[in-house]
Structure formats: structure tokens, C-alpha cells
Design a protein. Sequence first.
Length: 289
Amino acid sequence: MSNLKKWFVYLTFIITAMIFLIYYLFPSEIVKKYIIFEISQMDPDLEVSIGNVFPIFPPGLRFDTVNVEYVGNRMLEAEKMRVVPKLASLLRARRIFLFSLNAYSGSVIGKVEIVTRNKNGQFDMEAKISGVQLADIPVIKNQFAFKLSGVLGMEISYQNGPKIGNTMRARMEILDTELQSENLLLNQDFMAFERIEAYLFMRDRRIELESCNFTGDQFDGILSGFGVLKNPVNKSTLELSGRINPHSPFLSPQDGILPPAILNGLKSETGDISILIRGPIENPSFSFQ
């Protein structure tokens, strides 16, 4: 065997042994505890649990059984999550990581940037959510008396730092939404919307609904206002106002919810009705202006 072949065999053996040792001797528990600690330092309202951590190639980490809770409410359950750093950024003050996971029949991909110029660093995250089934999300399925379903898509920009606190800006789109409850607008127990589009801004536990446009067979409309997250989450409160443009069955003489005379008196010159929505998210009150 030539010297070149011998060196190739030795090199292959060394690389294989290193990969074996890295994978099987990887300090999963140490890495897991470090990540959980760092997240709790950035936002005390966030609680993260991780089953196992494994190294992957290209260089990165795979997390098995990831659960995320916010203010004590389970928000995310994912069987697997991959995190890959941009290697050049690891030598800089601003470190960049790419992540991806599948959950609730959909996917989440995004980027995290961690600024470590001093011990009071900053955490930035951008994420895109697509194809997520609302009915499968634990906080919606388990914490509310109403039933909510639909396909969620969302673009999120989140920041956390000593100067700005916790802030999030998001654009949300929900398709084929169905809502079932005993206390909906005008005493209905079912509402359906083809499309809902909303723009949100959140600082700590206050959520500003900058605009929310919705279209459906029953009515179209627009809402804005704010909400305050509480624990448990079904005690969170809403303060919203807006306009709806009712269709059937609201306008049907036989099946109409309101008598035509009252309905026509509520309408503006453009044909829409002003509404107010106030109170706990699980059982809000509705009124007309």
C-alpha cells in the first residue's frame, strides 16, 4: 500500500472516530440546561423544555421534543427542531442562528440574532409560520370554551433587550376560519370567515390590534383596539371597535337576527354598522354605536 493510500486510510479513520465521539459523547444535558437558562434570562414569561439535543451536519443542533409555554400556557409542541449557526457570525458580537421546525401540520422557519456586546445583550428574532392548524394549538384547544379552527400564516419580528423590553410586530392571516361558541355576536353560535388579516404590535403583555380585516358569508368588517394578556390566558381582556357590513342571514327577512327596521336604523350611510367588543376574551360583550 502506498504512503498516500495509508495516509488516506488513517485520515478517514480519524475523521470517523471524531464524528463518533462528538455524536455519542456530546454533552446534551449541559447544552440543554444552558439554552433553557439563557431563554429564561431573556424573558421570564417564557418557559422552554427540551427532550434531547444532538449535533447535526451541516454544523448545528437538533432538538427533540421541544415545548414552549408563555405565561404558563402551552403555546408550542414540536417533535423536532433544527438550529444552524452562521459560522462567520460566531466570532462577532452579533451572532446569527437559523432555525426550522414542523408543528400542527404546518412549519416555522426563522432567524435569531443575539447581540453580546455586554452582559445586557439583545435578542432579535424573525419567523415565518405557514399552514398551522389553529384547532391543534394547545392553548386554543385546552384553555377556551369556544372552538376555533382555521389555517394560520404569520410573519413575526420579535425583540428583547434592556432598553426596549419585550416587543413583537406581526402580520397574521387566517384562512377558512370557523368559530363556535354560545355567546357570539347577535346571539349566534357559529361564525365562518374566508379570510382574516391582522397587523399586531405587542409590548410585554399588551397587544395593539392596529387593524384586522375579515370577510365571510355572514358579514365583512374591520376592527382595531387592544388586548391585555393575563394568566390564565382565557382571562385576557379585549377592547375593540370597528365596523361590520352584514350579509345573509342578517339581511334575510325570514332568518334575520335583527328586525329589518332596527337593522336599518343601525346602518350608516355606507351600509355598515359600528360595533364595540369589550371584556374577557372567552366571554366578551358586544354593543352597537
